[in-house]
Design a protein around this ligand. Structure first.
Ligand code: KIV
Ligand code: ZN
Length: 523
C-alpha cells in the first residue's frame, strides 16, 4: 500500500472562502483537532496577510505537535521572511511558495514575461532554501499553463532546491484523466523530476476535485491537499473526508492508504462548520445529515437485515451519531416495528396494524415522523401517554436588552400533574431550557442546537435539532414549528424525554439530580 500524505489547508485555502475567516483562537483549536484526526501536514494560514494570521501560525507551530507545519508565502522576500519566522518553533516544518505559471495569469495579473517569472521563482526558492530544507513549490494555475513552460518552471525550482512539487488545478478546470496524465508527464520529463515528492491540489468548480485527486494518486503523487468539508474559494477544495473515505473504502483498488483516524471525521467536520459558520449540505457525502439516513421502505428493510445491503461505510466508524432509519411516508411496517421495539414497547399485531394506519396518515401530511410523534401515536394506540412529559405551552419574552424570560407549562404524565415553570437566560433559548429543565428528575445538559430553515415565505418552518447529554449518553430531539423558538422548546423536550425514559429503564446506570422529586413510571 502506498501511504498518501494528507496536507490540510482548511486554515489557509479553506479560510479563503468568502465569510469563512477564523479568529486565531479558533484556528488553534481546529489545528489540534486536525492533528488528532491524523493529517500529516497543516498549513495554518498566510503569515504575511495579517498580524492575527501570523500569530495563529506561530502559536500552532509552537503548540501543535506530531504534524509538519507549513508556512505559506508568495514568491516574495517579505512573505518568505514572515512564513519562516511564524513557523520557527515547529517540530517539523516546510515552506510553501507559489507563483503563477499560466499565460492568463502572467499577462493579466502579474504583467510579467515568462523569463521574469522563472527568474523570480529561482531566486525566491534559493532564498527560502537558506532557512528551510523542505520547500514546496506551486506553479499557480498549472492546469492552464501548457507542458513546455510548466516543465521549465518546475525544472528551475527543483534545481534551486524545491523538494515537493505541488501542481494546483487552481480554477478547477481539469478532468481526472488529464490531471493524472499531467503528473505522469511531469514525473517522466522534467529534469530532476524523479527526486522530488508530488502533490495534488484541486478545486471543485466542476465538482471534480476528489476525482482529480484520486487520478493524481493513481499517477503516483504521494500528497494530496484537502480541506475539511471541502471549504475553500468558490466551490471549494478537495474535501478531506470524501478523499479519505474514498481511499479507505477502495484501498484495494487504489493501492493506497492514509493516516486519517476515521472516527474523528464527523466531529472535526462539525467543529469546522460551526467555527466558519458554514452549514453542511444535507446530501454532502460522509458528513451531511442524510449521508447515512434511509427513508425508502425497501432500503430500510434491507438495512435492518444487514447494513451492508445499502451502506458501503459504517457511520459508527466515522463518529456519525445519527440514526440510520428515518421514518416517513416511504417507510414500511418492518422499520416501524423496529423503532417501536427500540422504545422498549411491545405491541400486539392488531395494535401494530392500527399504529401503522395512523403512522401513514401522519407521514402523508409531513416529511418526517419524529420519534416523539411516533411515541404519541403509540400512546394513542395503547391508550396511555408514553412520554414522561408533555410541553403544554411555552412563552418567551425576548428583546434587545435585559434578561430573557420564559414561562412554560409541562404536564408530568406519570404524576398526572401540571407544572408551571419559569426560567431566565441571556437569550430566549437559554430561558426556555432553564424553564423546561426544572421539570426533570435528572440532570440534562444542553449540548448542541442545529437550526434549519425548511422553507420560506408565509408558510416558513424552522427545524430545531437539539442534542442533550445525561448520564454519559447523548439524546437528540427534532421538532419543526413555524415559530423557531417553539421548535427549539419541543425538540429540547423530546430529547429530555428520551433521557428520562432511558433513566427509567436503567435507573442503576444513572445518578439522580433531584433525588426522588418526580416519580417516573413508564409502561
Ligand atoms: O489553488 C491554488 O493554486 C492554491 C495555490 C496557491 C497552492 O491555493
Ligand atoms: Zn487553492
Amino acid at each position: 500500500m502506498k501511504r498518501v500524505h494528507i496536507f490540510d489547508t482548511t486554515l489557509r485555502d479553506g479560510e479563503q472562502a468568502p465569510g469563512a475567516s477564523l479568529h486565531p483562537e479558533q484556528k488553534i483549536i481546529i489545528a489540534r483537532h486536525l492533528a488528532q484526526l491524523g493529517v500529516d501536514i497543516i498549513e495554518p494560514g498566510f503569515p504575511i496577510s495579517s498580524p492575527g494570521d501570523f500569530m495563529a501560525v506561530q502559536r500552532i507551530a509552537q503548540e501543535v505537535t506530531g504534524v509538519e507545519i507549513c508556512g505559506f508565502a508568495r514568491a516574495v522576500k517579505d512573505d518568505i521572511d514572515a512564513a519562516i519566522r511564524a513557523t520557527e518553533a515547529a517540530e517539523r516544518r516546510r515552506l510553501h511558495l507559489f507563483l503563477s505559471s499560466s499565460n492568463i495569469h502572467l499577462d493579466f495579473q502579474l504583467r510579467k514575461s515568462r523569463e521574469q517569472v522563472i527568474q523570480i521563482a529561482r531566486s525566491m526558492v534559493a532564498y527560502a532554501k537558506q532557512f528551510v530544507d523542505r520547500i514546496e513549490y506551486s506553479p499557480m494555475d498549472a492546469t492552464r499553463t501548457g507542458d513546455e513552460f510548466l516543465f521549465e518552471m518546475i525544472e528551475a525550482v527543483i534545481e534551486e532546491g524545491a523538494t515537493i512539487i505541488n501542481i494546483p488545478d487552481t480554477v478547477g478546470y481539469a478532468l481526472p484523466e488529464e490531471y493524472g496524465a499531467m503528473f505522469t508527464r511531469v514525473m517522466n520529463n522534467v529534469r530532476g523530476g524523479k527526486g522530488v515528492e508530488y502533490s495534488a491540489h484541486c478545486h471543485n468548480d466542476l465538482g471534480l476535485a476528489v476525482a482529480n485527486s484520486l487520478a493524481a494518486i493513481r499517477a503516483g503523487v504521494t500528497q494530496v491537499e484537502v480541506t475539511v468539508n471541502g471549504v475553500g474559494e468558490r466551490a471549494g477544495n478537495c474535501s478531506l473526508e470524501e478523499l479519505a473515505m474514498a481511499i479507505e473504502t477502495r484501498k484495494e483498488a487504489l493501492g493506497a492508504e492514509t493516516g486519517i483516524q476515521t472516527w474523528h471525521i464527523y466531529e472535526v467536520s462539525q467543529k469546522v462548520s460551526r467555527a466558519m459558520s458554514f452549514p453542511i449540505a444535507f446530501n454532502k457525502p460522509i458528513v451531511g445529515r442524510n449521508a447515512f439516513q434511509h427513508e425508502a421502505g425497501i432500503h430500510q428493510d434491507g438495512l435492518l437485515k444487514n447494513r451492508s445491503t445499502y451502506e458501503i461505510m459504517d457511520p459508527d466508524r466515522l463518529g456519525v451519531p445519527r440514526s440510520m432509519i428515518i421514518l416517513g411516508k416511504h417507510s414500511g411496517r418492518h422499520a416501524i416495528k423496529h423503532r417501536v421495539s427500540q422504545f422498549g414497547v411491545e405491541l400486539t399485531d392488531d395494535q401494530m396494524e392500527s399504529l401503522y394506519v395512523k403512522f401513514k396518515e401522519l407521514a402523508d401530511r409531513q416529511k418526517v415522523v419524529q420519534d416523539h410523534q411516533l411515541m404519541e401515536l403509540i400512546g394513542h394506540t395503547v391508550n396511555t401517554v408514553l412520554e414522561p412529559y408533555t410541553l403544554v405551552q411555552a412563552q418567551v419574552l425576548t428583546g434587545t436588552t435585559g434578561v430573557r424570560m420564559a414561562s412554560c407549562t409541562i404536564m408530568d404524565n406519570a404524576g398526572k400533574k401540571e407544572l408551571v415553570l419559569s426560567g431566565t437566560g441571556e437569550g430566549p433559548v437559554e430561558a426556555l431550557v432553564a424553564g423546561i429543565s426544572q421539570a426533570l428528575p435528572i440532570t440534562v445538559e444542553f449540548t448542541d442546537l442545529e437550526l434549519y430553515s425548511l422553507s420560506s415565505g408565509e408558510e416558513a418552518n424552522g427545524e430545531a435539532v437539539v442534542t442533550v447529554s445525561a448520564n454519559g449518553c447523548h439524546y437528540r430531539g427534532v421538532a419543526v414549528h413555524r415559530d423557531v423558538l417553539m421548535a427549539v422548546a419541543q425538540a429540547y423536550m423530546a430529547a429530555c424525554n428520551q433521557a428520562v425514559r432511558d433513566y427509567a429503564r436503567h435507573p442503576q446506570a444513572a445518578s439522580l439530580a433531584n433525588d426522588g422529586e418526580v416519580e417516573i413510571t413508564i409502561p
